[in-house]
Design a protein around this ligand. Structure first.
Ligand code: FES
Length: 85
C-alpha cells in the first residue's frame, strides 16, 4: 500500500449530474475487512458509483447512463461552494 500522509488540503468530491462521484486519485479505499481496492492506474481522478448499477463497484463503469439513475440534485445555495473553500 502506498504511504500517503494527511494533508490540510480540503478534498473536493464532485457529484456528476446523473453520474458518479469524482475525486482526485489520492486516497485509499478499503472494503469492510480493511483491504484496499486497487485504484485505476494512471488516472488523475477516480469515479465512484453512486447509482448502484456498476458491475465494477465501488467504481463507476458507465452503467448510470443506461439504468435511469436520477442524480441531478444540487447542494443548497447557502452552502459554501467548492470555489470558496
Ligand atoms: S455512477 Fe456510474 S455506474 Fe453508477
Amino acid at each position: 500500500m502506498r504511504d500517503l500522509t494527511m494533508s490540510d488540503e480540503l478534498l473536493t468530491i464532485r457529484c456528476r449530474e446523473n453520474g458518479p462521484f469524482v475525486l482526485p486519485a489520492k486516497f485509499v479505499l478499503v472494503d469492510h475487512l480493511g483491504n484496499a481496492f486497487p485504484l485505476p492506474v494512471g488516472k488523475e481522478n477516480v469515479a465512484l458509483c453512486r447509482c448502484g448499477a456498476s458491475k465494477n463497484k465501488p467504481f463507476c463503469d458507465g452503467s448510470h447512463k443506461t439504468c435511469g439513475f436520477d442524480g441531478a440534485q444540487t447542494a443548497p445555495v447557502s452552502a459554501q461552494s467548492a470555489s470558496d473553500a
